[in-house]
Design a protein around this ligand. Structure first.
Ligand code: NAD
Length: 523
């Protein structure tokens, strides 16, 4: 059974429905608090040009806070602080065991402050409070995993050169100053996947979260400081991608850009980082197929197919948005999906009866609507949803009904592009060969699901799918011990796992000749 969240208390107001009318999560100084929100060189700092941005809860438009909006000058100041902390500060030279211990302290503090974090995340994203609490558990686990990995001494290896007079070692050093740029769908989770290995490796960084969801990043700076991270290691700038994100991808003092977000932005960042040949790590979108073979457990596969696509209103990079179903099963399977999709209750983050929330913004909902309209124009059959709810309770939020488009085909834009909303497309297949060909017919390669009771088939199909993660008879689980990332245009590099730490390290080969003698090469 799913755990019920404890409603957060805001002063005297206990919130159970909708977004709270209580005090904002974070008081901006113009609202009476002395604390600005940019964090540069260990100081809380206002934006150089005095700009601010209002954050509103997408579930009902409630103002959540007003925060500083950085510009290029603030981005440059943050890089200056991170560069100084890397070149002259203690952190890159701190023993790995100590860096690991700090990450474990961060995990403990995140657990202590879990509800504050979860509430901030829910108000920014509109996500159910219970889901934000699950995310916070995952985030603490991520810090714990990297803390243990770093503390266990990933400090290099001896190389056997076959030459007894040579002492040869490969050591792993921090990569330098990292620009960490993150999206709005899992704001702190995507941030943790970068911050934990960067801090563990001994790097310094400038974090730029999505302009729509800044709060948990602000809280994280406080937590890192409380855990004892030296000034200048962690820096935070808030603001728009073009104004403050772009300078972080071109500044020649930055060594690595680690980005999670959309494909179009990823392409732009790859090009922007090229002139200074920065290292890049890209976690981009997905258009993830969920393959259901006729020999599957019907009820379980239906249940997971719904969760695969409608979790967090489809705003999940690994959403199982493309259902590929065996022709033999198609009619019954889709009927049952539609029956259950119609029953999904939408609501705000603190509505305990809701099972799904709003989209992040009006603009994003417009985009989802355009994909559905294009799909219908291209011949898809609307089985449910396809419109905004008419429930007056949801009037002020950016809600969109769970939508099922049947009889889709690979050429449609709703199949090719990531709609990133609660939209399930259905395609039929007749053979295993056809299922694999359809599944791989995409520029993306992030994740895929396979449903079958045949062990042989599951391994055969998993081996042929071009995706960074393949789930067999499951969907969405991940653990910090296992690498996460995309093949093809879903990304470059991996997060999590040992490879997720290696992204933030440079390997250096040190060769010491213990008995040097003249070689007489030129005699
Ligand atoms: P987005 O690309 O619009 O923005 C992501 C971040 O990049 C934001 O902080 C934004 O301000 C910044 N940005 C925008 N333009 C920039 C520029 N020119 N230079 C530097 N920074 C810039 O993505 P989004 O809408 O916030 O997030 C949704 C996308 O993220 C989806 O495509 C989703 O699939 C993807 N995503 C991928 C993963 C993964 O693990 N692969 C995880 C979560 C989200």
């Amino acid at each position: 059974m799913r755990a019920r969240p404890t409603p957060p208390t805001l002063g005297t107001v206990t919130v159970t429905k909708g977004c709270p009318a209580g005090p904002p999560v974070h008081e901006h100084r113009h609202g009476g608090s002395p604390m600005p929100e940019l964090f540069i060189g260990g100081q809380w700092t206002a934006a150089a040009d005095g700009e601010v941005r209002e954050i509103r809860c997408p579930a009902d438009g409630t103002p959540v806070a007003t925060v500083d909006e950085a510009g290029a000058a603030d981005a440059a100041a943050a890089v200056t602080a991170a560069r100084a902390a890397f070149d002259d500060g203690p952190w890159p030279r701190t023993p790995a065991a100590e860096r690991g211990r700090l990450l474990l302290r961060v995990a403990d503090l995140l657990e202590r402050d879990k509800d504050t974090y979860a509430r901030a995340e829910s108000l920014d994203t509109g996500k159910r409070f219970v889901e934000s609490r699950y995310d916070m558990d995952d985030i603490a686990n991520c810090f714990r995993y990297f803390g243990d990995l770093v503390a266990s001494g990933n400090d290099g290896r001896v190389v056997d050169t076959g030459q007894p007079e040579v002492d040869s070692r490969v050591v792993y050093e921090p990569v330098g100053v990292c620009s960490l740029i993150t999206p709005w769908n899992y704001p702190l989770l995507q941030t943790a996947w970068k911050v934990a290995p960067a801090v563990g490796a001994g790097d310094t960084f400038v974090l730029k979260p999505s302009e729509l969801t800044p709060h948990t990043a602000i809280l994280l700076m406080r937590t890192l400081t409380e855990a004892g991270l030296p000034d200048g290691v962690a820096n935070l700038v808030l603001g728009a991608g073009g104004a403050v994100g772009a300078p972080l991808t071109t500044d020649e003092r930055v060594d690595l850009v680690s980005f999670t977000g959309g494909l179009a932005t990823g392409r732009r960042i790859m090009a922007a980082a090229a002139p200074t040949v920065k290292k890049i790590a890209l976690e981009l979108g997905g258009k993830n197929p969920n393959l259901v073979f006729a020999d599957t457990d019907f009820d379980t596969a239906v249940d997971y197919a719904l969760m695969a696509v409608f979790l967090h209103s489809g705003q999940v990079c690994s959403a199982g948005a493309r259902l590929l179903v065996d022709d033999e099963l198609h009619d019954d399977f889709v009927d049952e999906i539609v029956r259950r999709a119609r029953a999904i209750r939408l609501g705000g983050p603190f509505d305990e009866d809701a099972r799904s929330g709003p989209l992040i913004s009006a603009e994003h909902r417009d985009k989802v609507e355009k994909y559905v309209a294009a799909g219908l124009a291209e011949g898809a059959v609307l089985r449910c949803g396809g419109e905004r709810p008419d429930d007056p309770r949801l009037r002020d939020g950016f809600f969109y009904l769970p939508t099922v488009l049947d009889e889709c085909s690979p050429g449609m834009s709703v199949i090719r592009d990531e709609s990133f909303g609660p939209v399930l497309t259905v395609e039929r297949f007749r053979t295993e060969e056809e299922a694999v060909a359809l599944a791989n017919d995409t520029v993306y390669g992030l994740a895929a699901g396979v449903w079958t009771q045949s062990v042989e088939r599951s391994h055969r199909v998993a081996a042929r799918l071009r995706a960074g993660t393949v789930w067999i008879n499951d969907f969405h689980p991940y653990v910090p011990q296992a690498e996460w990332g995309g093949m093809k245009q879903s990304g470059v590099g991996r997060e999590l796992g040992p490879a997720g730490l290696a992204e933030y390290q440079e390997a250096k080969h040190i060769w010491r000749n213990t008995a040097p003698r003249p070689q007489r090469w030129f005699e």
